[in-house]
Write a protein that binds this ligand. Sequence first.
Ligand SMILES: Nc1nc2c(c(=O)[nH]1)N[C@H]1C(S)=C(S)[C@@H](COP(=O)(O)OP(=O)(O)OC[C@H]3O[C@@H](n4cnc5c(N)ncnc54)[C@H](O)[C@@H]3O)O[C@H]1N2
Ligand code: MOO
Length: 422
Amino acid sequence: MTTGPTTKDMLGRSALISVSDAREIMLKHLEETKLSTEIVSLPDGLDRILATALQSHENLPPHPRSVMDGFAVIARDTYGASESMPCYLQISGSVAMGEMPAGSVEKGNCYRIATGGFMPSGSDAVVMHEHTVPVDDTMVEIVKSCGSGTNIIGIGDDIRQGETAVPAGRLLRPQDLGLLAALGCVEVEVFRKIRVGVMSTGDEIIPHYETPQGGQIRNINSIALGALARKCGTEVIDYGIVSDSREIFLPTLQRAVSENDIVLFSGGSSVGVRDLGEQAIEALGPPGVLVHGVKLKPGKPIIIGFSDSTPVFGLPGHPVSAMVCFDLFVKPAIDKISGITDAPYSEPSITATLARNINSAAGRLDLVRVQMRQGDSGPVADPVLGRSGAISTLARAHGYFLIDEDSQGATQGSKVEVFLYR
Ligand SMILES: Nc1nc2c(c(=O)[nH]1)N[C@H]1C(S)=C(S)[C@@H](COP(=O)(O)OP(=O)(O)OC[C@H]3O[C@@H](n4cnc5c(N)ncnc54)[C@H](O)[C@@H]3O)O[C@H]1N2
Ligand code: MOO
């Protein structure tokens, strides 16, 4: 545990813990689940997680190919050639695209070849058009010498037979699908999508398509959290708005736990009289609540618990806080449960100059929303200020940077690492 100013947790018991400690506790409890798999067509493999490693069953390319338009030559024939002292080669053939070239390039000869054409036997280099001058249909002047292998992609230079093309656990990206297409893969075996149950609590919350009467608030969190979960490649089950009366909330939460791999509810995480979150998670059975309250702004009142091996997150009701907690806690849990063991570096960030001073209380991690713009000497981050109940502050933000627990703020003109929203 990190040290820092002692702050009571949300129920006034022990000290709040740091974000990194909370995440560690959570990740330790997440079991490596053995997810079932399914077969999908190659294009449908995008953003899915490959269940079994795929090896290349062939060399790519299977035959040397030209990477330039020009002439397939015997490199030695061109040695010494230059603008002032060109050499002359006889054009004895040409390579048709999509066909194996017939015949062979003999000494003093060459074949016309296009980019991608298979190299005719006997040749070992390609002189690009720009380094030739046509003499007539049968002869070409070479004005630059080339070495063996010039402008050629050799057998297996792309990928060799037996090499791993894509490892198991890879979150499949367009380029992975491209490689698998090159190897003739038609279908891929991927882990099933994990299911995330989402519910919003609060008697003041109404569906977003209804008109609020006095005191009512449209449901932001189910839509926004559901969208975040879908972006992580999950299937979302929306349990809608659930009353924060114990008799209704608890059975709905129990059902959601039995039907999903992860359950999220928002609201009811703080210390108000109606705040049921912690009691409800405890009532689901052991191990119950592991974390309630972290040194984080926004997002302090998060609850992280487990019902047996199913993580249950009580996210703060304020929409910005709920979404911040999703990024910092729920996403890492989803990634682990989903079977991702080989993800591309997934936190795109950019260094930017901070446009104004930002204060922060020592002892907590502050997440500052920013808008990005191009300044005279590189990217500039303008903080978007506002309460965590104001969802527009997040909609206006392009990303965020963090002020860590030990710091009391960030000064205008300093460099910050901005994590970009996609
Ligand atoms: N005395 C204290 N009060 C509060 C504390 C505290 O430490 N002591 N923490 C504050 C912080 S920080 C946050 S964040 C909120 C978290 O509150 P809850 O998680 O208990 O959530 P609610 O009270 O139910 O709602 C808070 C706020 O958010 C609105 N809300 C809730 N759900 C939705 C939804 N689905 N869509 C749109 N808006 C939603 C709700 O109407 C409230 O306005 O507690 C502070 N209080
Ligand atoms: O954490 Mo609350 O999330 O500051 O608004």
